[in-house]
Design a protein around this ligand. Structure first.
Ligand code: FES
Length: 164
């Protein structure tokens, strides 16, 4: 869905559908933003603008929350989301060098997508499989005990869309 081409009435309907159940509930802004990101895979500016109007809050308040939590994305993420676990076990077993190698291979930093929108790189907290550290995921697929020299081979699986 191209949000820039979506009719404003459709946007308002979507915003109403997402906001109404959270009316007057504590922490509603974060829950609303979660739902928006689940639906659109990021938080589009046009949606934020309508949410600010709907909740009668300044747009800046929404951006404060989005930029505070690095979970929220301001741009549509690349097709393949590469997540590197930075939980303690993974960190100690070399996750920072995986992030560095991914950055070199893809030419991006965590929180960014490649120009061709094929990859989005992010760091995440413990994925719950610490015995396999260091761990990274591409989409739903988990790669364990990853060494930096394996990174190009892993990315190659997704470069020609040849996901196995
Ligand atoms: S610390 Fe990485 S899976 Fe737990």
């Amino acid at each position: 869905m191209d949000i820039e081409k979506t009719d404003i009435e459709d946007i308002r309907r979507n915003v109403e559908e997402i906001c109404a159940p959270w009316e007057g509930r504590p922490g509603n802004l974060i829950m609303i933003l979660h739902q928006i990101q689940n639906r659109y895979s990021y938080v589009p500016r046009r949606i934020s603008f309508e949410v600010a109007k709907r909740l009668s809050i300044p747009l800046a308040r929404i951006y404060e929350v989005i930029t505070f939590y690095n979970y929220f994305k301001l741009e549509p993420p690349g097709k393949n989301i590469v997540s590197v676990c930075m939980g303690t076990a993974c960190y100690l077993k070399g996750a920072p060098s995986l992030v560095e190698r991914l950055g070199q291979e893809l030419g991006i930093k965590p929180g960014e997508s490649t120009r061709d929108k094929n990859f989005y790189l992010q760091v995440v907290r413990c994925l719950g499989c610490c015995g396999l550290a260091p761990v990274l995921t591409v989409g739903q697929k988990v790669y364990s005990n990853v060494r930096p020299e394996q990174v190009p081979g892993i990315l190659a699986e997704y470069r020609q869309g040849a996901v196995v």
